[in-house]
Design a protein around this ligand. Structure first.
Ligand code: SF4
Length: 301
């Protein structure tokens, strides 16, 4: 099975030839190639989903101010705001994605799916999807396995790390995982699931990693919300059988090609983009001074 997660086409062919669902192939990969027990995988997924939901609740109910001050209870403000832009469900989606990511920026516990920088996207999308469609936990866990398979292939063909491929690799991959998982949970076919991944990647291509002061706060937190929204729009488009035209494997290859030609100042070095703006530089200096002031006297001398 070692070739299975090298491409989406290979994953699909394997499932069709063996008459298994996408998530079952991931279980097989974990048990046969990684030597895990199937029950331990389900237990781990249930635990991870619990941590994701806890992060959402923590972000919406507890004090969320980061040490830099750049993150300051934004999720709660969005959740409670009386003006609803689109629908109450959309408002909850956005605030939940923000909430879980704020917990990460405030050093709380999250699931790095696939990275801590993108840790609000799967919780925001899946929590909201489960609520709207009254899905069982089991269905969501199967969706998480589909998301894991998607991440395995992106890691193989491109990257999941902002330091390697820019923010498209982090929030873009998480959004692709979420879109695929959502289409799976709503009964979509393999082609529709992979189409959702392709459409999501097309929407996230080229996004640079430019965290202000090198902290995973700005623009990371708001990008989790926008990526959650894109995952939803892609799922809606894919379920209607609107084609991405460019096959999903080629979309991921494009992500890898863009990532490798991206300048290093856009790869988590905090030297370009928003990090290099006047305000970004001023915040960076203030954070540095704050850090020096917190050092014990003997470390400063
Ligand atoms: S900007 Fe960089 S650090 Fe922030 S979420 Fe994107 S990839 Fe991660």
């Amino acid at each position: 099975m070692s070739y299975l997660f090298a491409s989406f086409e290979g994953w699909k062919q394997y499932c069709e030839a063996n008459n298994v669902e996408l998530f079952e192939a991931v279980i097989e990969y974990e048990t046969v190639q990684k030597g895990k027990q199937e029950q331990a995988i389900w237990d781990g997924l249930q635990h991870a989903y619990g941590v994701m939901k806890d992060a959402v609740e923590t972000g919406l109910n507890e004090e969320m101010t980061s040490r830099s001050g750049m993150i300051n209870n934004g999720a709660k403000k969005v959740y409670k705001h009386p003006v609803v832009v689109l629908s109450p469900e959309f408002q909850r989606l956005i605030s939940r994605a923000l909430a879980a990511k704020e917990v990460n920026s405030c050093m709380g516990r999250v699931v790095a799916a696939p990275t801590a920088g993108a840790s609000g996207i799967l919780p925001g999308t899946l929590y909201t999807l489960q609520e709207i469609h009254e899905l069982s936990d089991r269905k969501i866990l199967e969706g998480l396995l589909v998301g894991a398979g998607i991440a395995l292939i992106i890691e193989e063909k491109a990257s999941l790390a902002g330091a390697v491929g820019g923010c498209q690799a982090e929030t873009g991959s998480a959004a692709a995982m979420a879109a695929g998982a959502m289409v799976y949970c709503l009964g979509g076919s393999i082609d529709q699931i992979f189409n959702a991944v392709a459409i999501t990647i097309q929407c996230m291509l080229g996004l640079v990693c430019d965290p202000v002061a090198g902290l995973v706060e700005v623009p990371c937190v708001v990008r989790n919300a926008s990526a959650a929204a894109i995952a939803n729009s892609s799922a809606q488009i894919a379920l209607a059988d609107v084609s991405a035209v460019i096959p999903v494997d080629e979309c991921v290859e494009a992500m890898g090609e863009i990532g490798s030609s991206m300048e290093s100042k856009y790869k988590e070095t905090a030297m370009g983009g928003l990090a290099a703006t006047l305000t970004g530089q001023n915040i960076s200096k203030r954070v540095l001074i704050q850090d020096i002031e917190m050092l014990p006297d003997e470390d400063v001398e």
